[in-house]
Design a protein around this ligand. Sequence first.
Ligand code: FES
Ligand SMILES: [Fe+2]
Length: 457
Amino acid sequence: MKQSMAVMTMMATITPEFLSSTLISTTTNGYLKTRFDFGFSVSQFDRQRRRKCLLHPTLFCTTSSSSGRVSGAASSIISNLVEEFDPEIPVERASTPPSSWYTDHQFHRYELDRVFYGGGWQAVGYSDQIKDNRHFFTGRLGEVEFVVCRDDDGKIHAFHNVCSHHASILASGCGKKSCFVCPYHGWTYALNGSLVKATRMTGIHNFPLNEMGLKPLTVAIWGPFVLLKVAQDESNKEEDVESDGSVVEASEWLGSSVGRLSESGVDDAFTLSFICRREYTIDCNWKVFCDNYLDGGYHVPYAHKGLMSGLDLDSYSTTLFERVSIQACGGGGGGGGGSKAEDGFDRLGSQALYAFVYPNFMINRYGPWMDTNLVIPLGPRKCKVVFDYFLDPSLKDDEAFIKRSLEESERVQMEDVVLCENVQRGLESPAYDKGRYALVEKAMHHFHCLLHQNLKL
Ligand code: FES
Ligand SMILES: [Fe+2]
């Protein structure tokens, strides 16, 4: 569910899986399950003359051009799989995407390229994290390791967080630095990304220091959020990207949902106080977590009985925008995980708003709280969800209120983790391929339509 948090932080491990290049059809108990394993990659980062797969160097791509587009049989297989979901069919008659979208390793690779490296804005952090000069933070988006920093002139930059020497991850965590020194052999980069020192390279020929800097990413801020673009479009090659840290127009990121988000107090986020970050690693595809978020409160009465007492589920509404969907629900007046309890504790307030920003970011505004959820794919069957909590400044020193709110949010989140991991196991079963939607799940259908739009060749 939406308001939630976690106490534990678990490190994720991606286990490389052996890929086959076969199409497997299995008949089990009368159900047909089809799985495509493509055996190639369409990553943008392969395009510099190397067509190898990023995770599986023995597999070579069959891309037809430097744009990363696939060709021939491979293209046909991907196309068939993508077209198993038909966005033209209205939700009343539609089936969900096939389980391969949630389980197949090569579909996942293709999805990273199209959805996450496709050039759209994605929230990755908070402007507070780079409030002062020399502040930086690092993160990961699919296989893209990034670092965002503010240089000595106050300019914001973002780079691939990979050393030009032998590819070591350069910076880790967050904090304050005057330059980035590689922990492996000491190459040193300025905060504007230029390589300023390459140790023990005397005598090496054809070594243009000024061409060995960090590869830039496009970065911008909107309100409290830091946004990144990872573009693979030919017109936006890495070497042409301006890492200019500009302020992005709200409508460019949020479309026509801006007005509704403002009315609902998301604009207040500009003035809220950051309280804490919680991270969960979940054994499910990143879309399973999003689907769970987007089911219109369908699962609340069954899976979040404590939260249910705090929500008026009859008032639940869903509104669709271009790349945003907004679910809203009134407070129910009960105690539990929700609204005002007998002792006056009121975490949710009179209305809760849950905004999903395609593809993987959620903004939840309720009572004095706002939390955001960033869903990071870690493989076809694993994701990490980062929760950041913000609170009305008048309550930021109320330790008892904060502690109790976070405990209740944590309980809801742990209930969701169980749901998501159970769904992933079911998706991997040969007994299941596609499901159906309830009308209340139209935000989920909208999400799948946007995915299809991104994925189609
Ligand atoms: S990998 Fe960074 S200095 Fe060698
Ligand atoms: Fe839930």
